[in-house]
Design a protein around this ligand. Structure first.
Ligand code: FES
Length: 235
């Protein structure tokens, strides 16, 4: 066990406009993760600390926070890879509800114009609509997104343009547009190629660097852009 110092940005906007930093000393084993530390702090040092978590296995996406300046999942961030002083902050681009809990509503709302569902009005076959392995491979990486919002919270365009849907939502648009069973690609592209849409992605690659599932989000968005150009959806 080694002693780690956790500096945590605290804020309760309903109680006070002022933020504060609290410091906690915690004994940690190298195989534990940042989420273990948060749970230990809440259980033994300060029960008022607010943070989100559910699965603790990198699946639900709810424990995303900023760890030493980089957005990451607390449950996937092993202590042995971190320095002895660890700074924890809420995700930077969404309103803070309390401490490390942010309001995910704007993030989820940005998915609505992406039409995040399959559209196909052709008569269904007798059994399910089939895909070839090649067709399925086209969307395989994009379906592994857990919607933790690490990418969108690291996107400079999203920081200054709140009408920009963000990389996660655009990845969702890719996931359905490039699905061989979908027929709403043109409708989807028409909805995302406006002045605050697809073209606002400047391929900064922050989203790729921060994605806990190692999805090459920028490549997927680039493919969407290429399709939009081919189909003459202008800027
Ligand atoms: S608690 Fe589910 S991803 Fe971390």
């Amino acid at each position: 066990m080694k002693r780690y110092t956790f500096r945590i940005r605290r804020h309760d906007p309903e109680a006070t406009p002022a933020e504060r930093w609290d410091t906690f000393e915690v004994e940690m084993s190298p195989t534990e993760c940042v989420l273990d530390a948060l749970i230990r702090i809440k259980d033994t040092l300060d029960s008022t600390l607010a943070f989100r978590r559910s699965c603790a296995h990198g699946i639900c996406g709810s424990c995303a926070v900023m760890i030493n300046g980089k957005n990451a999942l607390a449950c996937q961030s092993l202590i042995k890879y971190l320095p002895r002083k660890i700074t924890l902050e809420p995700l930077p681009a969404l309103p803070v509800i309390r401490d490390l809990v942010v309001d995910m509503e704007p993030f989820f709302k940005a998915n609505e114009p992406m039409m995040p569902y399959l559209v196909n009005n052709e008569s269904p076959p007798e059994r399910e609509r089939l895909q070839s392995p090649e067709e399925q491979k086209k969307t395989l990486e994009s379906v592994t997104c857990i919607m933790c919002s690490c990418c969108t919270n690291s996107c400079p365009t999203f920081w200054y343009d709140r009408k920009f849907p963000g990389p996660s939502a655009l990845l969702k648009a890719y996931r359905f547009t490039f699905d061989s069973r979908d027929r709403a690609g043109d409708e989807r592209l028409a909805g995302i190629t406006g002045p605050h849409g697809l073209w606002r992605c400047h391929s900064v690659y922050n989203c790729v660097e921060t994605c806990p599932k190692q999805i090459d989000i920028t490549r997927h968005i680039a493919e969407l852009k290429r399709l939009a150009v081919r189909k003459r959806f202008g800027k």
